[in-house]
Design a protein around this ligand. Structure first.
Ligand code: BES
Ligand code: MN
Ligand code: ZN
Length: 510
């Protein structure tokens, strides 16, 4: 793990602005160029490098820079040029550059400029390879830079190293500035959605309770999203006893927030996104061990992904109808908390025996899913939840667990995962697994024990999806705590925003 390198990245450079202008050779300041394998360069880069006394070859040779993917060369005040610094990034082979690579490149360019303590830089984005660099790829590079720049430092009263906060202005030199700017406008809305989700997950639970979270959802009103927030009284009336049972141990009242984006044809059934929003999960009476419990401030990662996706979809004015529903509660032990052995009746009429109060996410989702399908009659319904530790055992931090009652929806999500760089891996559902959560005392119990824990949790949810094409994404491994990478240096990843946005863009738009 390149942890130490990343831990050293402690100054507070933020990406202030990305602007676009026509390609030419920068004459001063810091310039960034791209090189293909074997140091092939585009025409402007060739022109710049021609001005370097003695050319690039000797420095490249000494530094071992060969233009391979992931490599870079840093020349300080190269003789012959007016530039303070010339950075060259390797792209590798032309046929081997994916969308993920362009995004990672943007992240690495930002990191290098931050290390150089740059406050401005010019990046010459011409392809040294076959063909033009498309505006979509340029937007992907910009998104990588913006996501890499994110840091959760709102609570640091003294910034590390005593550096005054510094802003970095990036100018991207491109063939078609107008087209690139347009592509970036859409992509920036998506990046802002990811950053919003990261902020929500990183925020501590003393600051972000159910009420405060619902207020954050209401802020989407600025983008034209209709937001409605249900309180305890309304939920009682709807008989949401599964959700309310989880909330009853907390002094902070629950909320159910509904966000509607009506960008599609009137009357078209919406895409429904449902999120688990447990603002803190102590486990309740089945209390969790102390070690690592602080991570449970992120147990609203599903709700954060839904809010972030709604932001992305609204910001780029998607021609689609999308409804987001998030169940917001805090799971606490208390004199009024629910107990193991309690039986509650969910909104659907299903009776649930609670064997472990730490299996609370599925109780929240039971009512949120039932309500969503009943009220909004969605074309499809996708829930996201930091639902089980078991999905971390199965898939680690690199794939979310995907469960679905519909092969077409599952395939679409697998494809959207690949395209967006937020991958999912499908795990099975079947009547045999469903039987594991039968109980003599009620219609269903809320845990099936240790084995296949992620699957039995998904079987539980399926009972509340009714017959709607539904998918469940268990994001317990991907929402937070993943190793830092080229585009994420934060504990919270914002996972799910790009995936959901991609699915909507590919299948439910226009
Ligand atoms: N929020 C947790 C799952 C979790 C664990 C998320 C680790 C992220 C990281 C969930 O509410 C939970 O406690 N699940 C239990 C279920 C069990 C009691 C059946 C679990 O996974 O242990
Ligand atoms: Mn729990
Ligand atoms: Zn939980």
């Amino acid at each position: 793990m390149p942890q130490t390198q990343q831990d050293r990245e402690s100054s507070v450079t933020k990406l202030a602005k990305i602007s676009f202008s026509r390609i030419d050779a920068p004459k001063s300041g810091i310039a960034v160029l791209l090189a293909g394998e074997d140091l092939s360069l585009g025409s402007t880069a060739t022109e710049i490098v021609a001005g370097v006394e003695g050319g690039l070859a000797r420095s490249a040779d000494i530094a071992g820079f060969d233009g391979k993917k992931g490599s870079s060369l840093d020349l300080i005040a190269p003789a012959g040029l007016g530039l303070d610094r010339l950075l060259v990034f390797g792209l590798g082979k032309a046929d081997d550059i994916s969308r993920d690579d362009w995004r990672a490149l943007g992240g690495r360019v930002f990191a290098a400029l931050k290390n150089a303590k740059a406050d401005a830089a010019t990046v010459v984005l011409e392809s040294p390879l076959e063909g033009e660099l498309s505006n979509e790829h340029i937007a992907e590079i910009a998104m990588g830079a913006k996501l890499r720049a994110y840091a959760f430092d709102a609570y640091k009263s003294k910034k590390q190293g005593d550096d005054p906060a510094q802003d970095l202005k990036l100018t991207l030199k491109v063939a078609d500035p107008k087209g690139a700017r347009k592509a970036w406008t859409a992509a920036e809305g998506i990046a802002d959605g990811v950053i919003l989700a990261r902020d929500l997950v990183n925020e501590p639970a003393n600051v972000l309770g159910p009420v405060e979270f619902a207020k954050k959802a209401e802020e989407l009103g600025k983008l034209g999203v209709e937001v409605e927030v249900l309180g305890e009284k309304e939920m009682k009336k709807l008989k949401m006893a599964a959700l309310l049972g989880v909330a009853q141990g907390s002094v902070r009242p629950p909320r159910l927030a509904v966000m509607r984006w009506n960008g599609g044809k009137k009357g078209t059934a919406p895409v429904a996104l449902v999120g688990k929003g447990v603002v803190f999960d102590t486990g309740g009476i089945s209390i969790k061990p102390a070690g690592g419990m602080e991570e449970m401030k992120g147990d609203m990662g599903g709700a954060a992904a839904v809010v972030g996706a709604m932001h992305a979809i609204a910001a780029r004015k998607a021609k689609s109808n999308v409804v987001g529903v998030i169940g917001l509660v805090e799971n606490m032990p208390d004199g009024n908390a629910q107990r193991p052995g309690d039986i509650v009746t969910a909104m659907s009429g299903t009776t649930i025996e609670i064997l472990n109060t730490d299996a609370e996410g599925r109780l929240v989702l039971a009512d949120a899913l039932w309500y969503t399908q009943k009220k909004y009659k969605p074309a499809i319904m996708i829930d996201l939840a930091t639902l089980t530790g078991a999905v971390l055992v199965a898939l680690g931090n690199l794939n979310a667990g995907l469960f679905s009652n519909n092969d077409e929806l599952a395939d679409n999500l697998l494809a959207a995962g690949k395209a967006s760089g937020e991958p999912v891996w499908r795990l099975p559902l079947s009547p045999g697994y469903d039987k594991i959560i039968d109980t003599p005392n009620a219609d269903v119990k809320n845990t099936g024990g240790r084995w296949a824990g992620s699957i039995t949790a998904a079987q539980f949810l399926q009972r509340f999806a009714n017959d709607v094409p539904w998918a469940h994404l268990d994001i317990a491994g991907t929402a937070f705590g993943a190793p830092k990478d080229d585009i994420c240096q934060s504990w919270a990843s914002g996972y799910g925003v790009r995936l959901l946005n991609q699915l909507v863009a590919d299948h439910y738009e226009g």
